[in-house]
Design a protein around this ligand. Structure first.
Ligand SMILES: [Zn+2]
Length: 248
């Protein structure tokens, strides 16, 4: 097992294999730029971040979200285009506690969308449209997704043990919501949700109510089709592009 070296700046520590110091610098820089971007979108975090990023050998596989830390495989330190897992975990810092029991884990869909949006803004990543298409195809492919996808609404994924789907369905939903609202209303709605519920937390229902009120946008049909029913699945299957689902 190689010895670790440490590189840090306030709020972020990166443990890396000495051979990968250029990658460690890029990860540290990526974390700093990511935190600054998220603060610009959603307002102050309100607590001091304490991010620990640790390089692990590639063969161990990527594993994110260990308590208090972000684990990145060596390839993330060597390949400039692979900061998605880091960005994903950074976005979770701006999550108000999720008090649904069990939870549909909509924050995972949001993190999936936001990490890709961050890569687009920070790194010039151009794969968003392809990711949307690929995800949509995957979700309507009966070989690739569980059959309950056509009958269990997103809101009930926690009750049905389907939260693996929350990443992909939530990605499409938040992507479509962002397309509908634009940066300002999307960020203002989510940012104020975080700021107001940072301590006490909130439910999926509370999020939907908040977004509708704060964006001054009628979103009842949008959430009906994406969250309360499986209309999104029917629409995707019949060829409707995800950005057109739930919107008049
Ligand atoms: Zn996550």
């Amino acid at each position: 097992m190689a010895e670790y070296a440490l590189m840090s700046r306030p709020g972020v520590r990166v443990y890396y294999f000495p051979a990968d110091s250029a990658g460690a610098r890029r990860v540290l820089e990526g974390a700093a730029r990511g935190l600054a971007l998220l603060e610009r979108w959603f307002g102050p975090l309100g607590t001091d971040p304490d991010i620990v990023v640790m390089e692990i050998p590639e063969m161990w596989g990527s594993q994110a979200s260990l308590a208090g830390g972000i684990i990145q495989t060596a390839d993330a330190f060597r390949d400039a285009g692979r900061l998605f897992a880091l960005y994903h975990e950074l976005t979770h810092l701006w999550n108000a506690p999720d008090v649904d029991q069990p939870s549909a884990r909509w924050n995972e869909g949001l993190a999936t969308f936001l990490s890709r949006r961050m890569a687009r803004v920070l790194d010039g990543w151009e794969g968003m449209d392809e990711a949307v298409q690929r995800t949509a195809q995957h979700l309507v492919d009966p070989q690739a997704s569980p059959p309950q996808i056509a009958s269990v609404p997103f809101l009930d994924y926690g009750d049905h043990g389907l939260t693996d789907l929350s990443y992909r369905v939530g990605f499409l939903m938040f992507w479509a919501l962002h397309a509908a609202l634009g940066d300002e209303r999307f960020d203002g709605g989510l940012g104020s949700y975080y700021q107001e519920n940072r301590e006490r937390g909130g439910t999926f229902e509370a999020l939907m109510e908040h977004l509708e009120a704060r964006t001054s946008t009628a979103l009842d049909e949008f959430f009906r089709d994406w969250v309360r029913t499986t209309a999104w699945h029917d629409r995707l299957r019949s060829g409707t592009p995800p950005e057109a689902i739930g919107l008049r």
